[in-house]
Design a protein. Structure first.
Length: 281
């Protein structure tokens, strides 16, 4: 008889990653349950040993009932990295301040998907709508082009599994294992984690990329694209069984959270600004 290892609670929004992780969880003897679309923990109310995968807005209504801790990097993580890891200038400002920009910039919410991360010709091109308050924090970065981008699922300060997900801005998923840039990706990640690993939770996603040849002085260099919460990230071509290892740690029982990871609890007040519909891309 297969031993049970808790349960995986899923947001109702269908994604391919949700289905891959569901299958991986069942293979290791976990119960898997899709939460009710109307919100709340449903039949899982009061159960312990739970984990979560899904969007942050939906999570806001269930993680207290399930006593789950969501781990994520700090909003300003990119802005405090040394230049050798970013290869571009990145600052935190409010959405209201960003709207006053008169030159092109890459602008994104730090973690929530409250509006599309993109290059905006000027600040007035930024979207408006419910929840997009002037005091909403945003990241503003130099515009760069990426030759290819990789998603790394990190566990305990090491690359647990990874996948290429993009080349020259287009979807291009391929496993990291066996990739021609495998060693270069791991070398860059090892340097990053040796230097800045204590600024990240024990389970997290970091995207890195190779800067495209262009007018940018650092073309051909590796750099961090961004960091994301593992419990809301697309696994692309990464092994879902190993992705699940990271997801379970990143969104598991509060009673089992390591002391160092308590610094990275998601601020549940911010979840109301999150987009409900899509995985972290």
């Amino acid at each position: 008889m297969v031993k049970k290892h808790g349960f995986l609670a899923l947001a109702p929004q269908y994604t391919t990653t949700r289905e891959l992780l569901s299958a991986a969880a069942r293979r290791r003897g976990m119960d898997v349950e899709v939460l009710p679309a109307h919100g709340g923990a449903g039949a899982l109310q009061g159960r312990h040993s739970g984990h979560y995968y899904g969007g942050p807005a939906f999570a806001a209504g269930v993680i207290d009932d399930l006593a789950i801790a969501l781990l994520e990097p700090a909003d300003d993580w990119l802005t405090v990295l040394p230049y050798e890891f970013t290869r571009r200038h990145i600052i935190t400002r409010t959405l209201g301040e960003a709207r006053r920009l008169y030159q092109p910039a890459f602008i994104k919410p730090p973690s929530d998907k409250s509006f599309p991360a993109a290059v905006y010709a000027e600040g007035r091109c930024l979207p408006s709508g419910p929840g997009l308050r002037p005091d909403l924090p945003v990241l503003i970065s130099d515009v760069v082009s990426w030759a290819m981008e990789f998603r790394l699922f990190l566990l305990d300060g090491e690359v647990h599994v990874g996948s290429q997900y993009s080349s020259f801005g287009g979807l291009d998923a391929a496993p990291l294992h066996g990739h021609c840039h495998h060693d270069a990706v791991l070398d860059f990640a090892d340097n990053l984690l040796t230097t800045c690993g204590d600024t990240l939770p024990s389970a997290v996603v970091v995207d890195i990329g190779l800067l495209a040849k262009s007018e940018h002085d650092d073309a051909g260099q590796w750099a961090v694209v961004e960091a994301n919460m593992a419990w809301f990230s697309n696994c692309y071509a990464a092994d879902p069984d190993r992705v699940l290892d990271v997801v379970l740690r990143s969104a598991g029982p509060r009673s089992r959270t390591a002391e160092r990871d308590r610094l990275f609890y998601r601020d549940r007040g911010r979840t109301q600004l999150a987009e409900q519909g899509t995985e972290s891309q």
